[in-house]
Design a protein around this ligand. Structure first.
Ligand code: FES
Length: 97
């Protein structure tokens, strides 16, 4: 299992960061209302998405699905949103529920 963490302060407002917390792939967007933490597993066939800063979308490199920063689908073939994950901030680090 990989040991990894993401500090909330390292995600500027209006930006997304794809990475891992523990062994879970996550896609985290810093919105004006706070962080949106998503499981970064494309609902089409399971690839990990990348943050597209120009379009402000999560883009899947495998078959072209695109997601809104909140995980909802903007373009298929994916039909379902990325899964939202509960989290808390502990000592500045994002910890999954
Ligand atoms: S796995 Fe993401 S579009 Fe197919």
């Amino acid at each position: 299992m990989s040991i990894s963490s993401i500090k909330a302060a390292n995600i500027p407002p209006g930006s997304g960061v794809a990475g891992q917390i523990g062994d879970r792939p996550v896609a985290i967007y810093n919105s004006v209302e706070g962080l949106i933490v998503l499981e970064n597993i494309c609902t089409h066939m399971g690839c990990e998405t990348d943050w597209n800063p120009a379009e402000e979308t999560w883009d899947c490199p495998c078959h072209g699905s695109r997601y809104h920063p909140d995980g909802t689908v903007l373009r298929g073939p994916a039909a379902q949103a990325l899964t939202k994950l509960g989290y808390s901030i502990q000592d500045g680090e994002i910890v999954l529920d």
